[in-house]
Design a protein around this ligand. Structure first.
Ligand code: GDP
Length: 484
């Protein structure tokens, strides 16, 4: 286990050449360690130890090369505890981003410290953020948001991560956690008073409170997933009858062949996923199995086809944006749509999260808007040819408009997203609340209810990082890169 009292050091800019490199030092000896390798340009400050919390000094990094007076131009940024990211003394040395220079300077800092017997060592991955967490500067949700900021690939992912870092989501969860703890104290009090005739909380009130708490938590989690701007991007699904050209469109959108297309009906047996970026927004594009139409006897199709329909339904469930693809070269009757399962837009005509694509525009068109079921006549229509590429630009434009242009797919900067750890804990907390509510309904004694409420409280506590073990910390912070 690493010593939390050591002073730690890391290069916090990416490896390789860049305009500027930053060496970050945090801990009780950060300032004296940095000053050993820094010469301030005249006039030198009086006494760095007694200066204000934030300061910057201009000067040169001393690489310790005998006979060399110049050194590399450098700037020192001093942030005194507790007014720093880690709440410890932090010093950043900003210098020219040359790899050999940064290496030599790092080595000199470590050597000087060794010579003095100062506990300075290189930081573990994520150790700066871990210290920020351990010193109460940020909570666990925010610490994980730092990781998400680092990993974000697009503007919208960055916005979502930054909003989580800002702490609004944590505040909501803390409120819910507070309510669970209050309920727990009430229940424990009622256990203590069970031999007397007074009960501080009725079964009805307990049930109402459990359900309200579960509702709050559900809302938090749903908000987290609604916009689905997480590492996977906004889930977008291509749906429609077999052979309409969904796989071909999928490939055309990606600009490279991924899905296998075939002229035989129903060849895509699973749904395929690929990441795509449209105007700065990450999309997770899902191509579904061709929907199997009922045969003339109204039978649903063979077993694998039923499985394919199941897969489609799951992809549809998980998606926030729907692209309905129809073959424009085929005549359509109202009956052509009978086989389509109840997609969300069936309930919401002209729904804001759907686009209608009439594909195969290069072939003679037999599609007529009159034959569309009434509920779809208001959907925006884009005519494409996956074969020639015509209309693909319009389609990506329409997708972007839906996602980023206020077109209906929820995608606000306040969108939060849960990572695997958080989802597991949220689900487990909801399960405990559900058990507790069942116990109340079955009129079991308060001990049973309290047991599950305690579990719910502990799980949410773990979510927020109030309860941590070295093992959990190790698992979370080891995903970071060194220097963060
Ligand atoms: P899916 O079952 O909806 O995924 O359909 P596919 O993408 O597998 O396409 C079915 C057939 O239609 C294949 O032979 C494709 O080459 C063809 N196809 C797809 N898009 C177009 C298009 O825009 N124009 C023409 N002419 N053929 C297309």
């Amino acid at each position: 286990m690493v010593n939390q009292n050591d002073t730690i050091l890391a290069v916090s800019t990416p490896r390789g050449s860049s305009l500027r490199a930053i060496i970050r030092i945090s801990g009780p000896d950060a300032l004296p360690c940095a000053m050993k390798s820094f010469r301030e340009s005249s006039p030198p400050s009086t006494n760095t130890e007694t200066q204000a919390t934030y300061r910057s000094l201009k000067g040169h990094a001393d690489l310790g090369h005998p006979g060399s007076h110049a050194g590399a131009p450098a700037q020192l940024y001093i942030m005194k505890a507790p007014c720093s990211y880690t709440r410890e003394d932090v010093v950043e040395i900003h210098t020219i981003g040359s790899a050999p220079l940064v290496e030599a300077l790092t080595e000199k800092l470590l050597q000087d410290a060794r010579a003095d017997g100062t506990a300075l060592r290189t930081a573990e991955p994520g150790e700066f953020t871990k210290r920020a967490f351990l010193n109460g500067r940020i909570d666990m949700v925010q610490a994980e948001a730092v990781l998400r900021v680092i990993r974000s690939r697009t503007d919208s992912e960055l916005r979502a991560a930054a909003s989580q870092l800002e702490g609004g989501f944590s505040r909501e969860l803390k409120k819910t956690h507070g309510r669970i703890t209050d309920l727990l104290s009430m229940l424990e009090a009622s256990i203590d008073f069970s031999d007397q005739d007074i009960s501080p909380v009725s079964g009805e009130d307990t049930l109402a409170e459990i359900e309200a708490i579960a509702g709050d938590l559900h809302r938090c989690v749903r908000t987290a997933d609604n916009g689905a701007i997480h590492s996977g991007g906004v889930k977008t699904v291509l749906i429609g009858p077999p052979n309409a050209g969904k796989s071909s469109l999928f490939n055309a959108l990606l600009g490279r062949p991924r899905a296998i297309t075939s002229h035989k009906s129903g060849t895509t047996r699973d749904y395929l996923g690929a990441d795509l970026e449209v105007d700065g927004t990450a999309l997770r594009l899902l191509d579904t199995a061709g929907l199997v139409q009922k045969d003339t006897n109204g039978n649903e199709g063979s077993a694998p086809e039923t499985l394919a329909i199941d897969m489609t339904a799951r992809a549809v469930d998980a998606s926030s944006l729907f692209i309905l693809v129809l073959d424009g070269s085929k005549p359509m009757t109202e009956r052509s749509f009978d086989s389509l399962p109840a997609f969300p837009f069936n309930q919401a005509p002209g729904s804001s999260n759907c686009l209608l694509v009439i594909n195969k525009a290069d072939l003679p068109q037999r599609f007529s808007i009159k034959n569309l079921p009434t509920k779809w006549r208001n959907l925006p229509i884009i005519y494409t040819s996956a074969l020639t590429g015509d209309g693909i630009g319009e389609l990506t434009g329409a997708v972007a408009e839906k996602v980023t242009g206020g077109g209906g797919v929820e995608c606000s900067a306040s969108t939060e997203a849960l990572n695997a750890r958080q989802r597991l804990l949220a689900d487990s907390c909801l399960a405990s609340l559900d058990r507790a509510s069942r116990s109340v309904k079955e009129q079991l004694s308060a001990e049973f209810v309290a047991l599950d409420i305690r579990e719910a409280s502990d799980t949410l506590g773990e979510f927020l990082g109030k309860i941590t073990t070295e093992d959990i910390l190790e698992r979370i912070f080891s995903q970071f890169c060194i220097g963060k």
